[in-house]
Design a binder for this molecule. Structure first.
Ligand SMILES: C[S@@+](CC[C@H](N)C(=O)[O-])C[C@H]1O[C@@H](n2cnc3c(N)ncnc32)[C@H](O)[C@@H]1O
Length: 209
């Protein structure tokens, strides 16, 4: 990152990883990091355990999907889900690239033209004193806009309705506008965990002006 950015995520590491997951991080991850010389079509930011990245890879076999996530246990979970027992990437997941860090590093240094950018259940940072940690502020949305194809779409889902309203307010100060394109969206792990007693997710679809 060019300037010191405020941290928008919690832990980088959780419980100790298995031998298989450590092997995949050391040996497979370096081979599937994003590469600007190929066409990169879809970005998912903060993929958690990566179930939606896998879904995107299967439903878009001819597109390259980049997943960005700084939480290493999540990165390890995705690696484990896309590799066979010998540690080889399964054919149906060969179009996945993983960036194991803050997505702003990729976006600030690149000049991408993504068709789709997905952000499902971004950390809502509900306490007022943590509001500055919210990722989807106007500056970040403009950074996404710069890295979006002219007819590209940003798809945001959250079950935190106050954050939803906050994001829509931020959009007003960006080069993006809200559209109502329908999208099939699978339930992520975070969403399932939070179903009891919380709100239905709401979605925001954004296009470039
Ligand atoms: C609440 S979790 C949701 C995970 C997943 N999308 C789901 O729905 O299960 C939010 C995720 O965003 C990630 N995150 C936060 N800031 C990020 C950033 N700057 N770049 C990439 N990922 C980020 C966090 O590490 C965390 O895993």
């Amino acid at each position: 990152m060019e300037k010191q950015e405020i941290r928008t995520f919690g832990r980088r590491h959780g419980k100790k990883l298995s031998e298989r997951k450590n092997f995949l991080i050391q040996n497979i991850l370096p081979k599937i990091v994003p590469n600007e010389s190929e066409t990169n079509d879809i970005l998912e930011i903060g993929f958690g355990s990566g179930e939606h990245v896998r879904e995107l890879a299967i439903s878009n076999p001819n597109k390259v999907i980049i997943g960005a996530e700084p939480f290493m246990n999540g990165v390890a979970a995705l690696l484990s889900g896309i590799c066979d027992e010998n540690g080889a990437v399964l054919d149906e997941y060969k179009n996945i690239r993983i960036f194991p860090d803050d997505v702003r590093i990729v976006l600030n240094n690149g000049n991408y033209g993504f068709d789709e950018i997905w952000i499902l259940h971004p950390d809502p940072w509900p306490k007022a004193r943590h509001e500055k940690r919210r990722l989807l502020n106007a500056d970040f949305l403009n950074l996404l806009s710069k890295n979006l194809a002219m007819d590209g779409k940003i798809i945001i889902g959250t079950d935190h309705w106050e954050y939803y309203d906050w994001i829509l307010n931020q959009v007003k100060n960006t080069t993006l506008y809200e559209t109502n394109l329908a999208h099939d969206i699978i339930q992520t792990r975070y969403q399932k965990k939070n179903m009891a007693g919380t709100a239905e997710p709401k979605y925001i679809i954004l296009s470039r002006r």
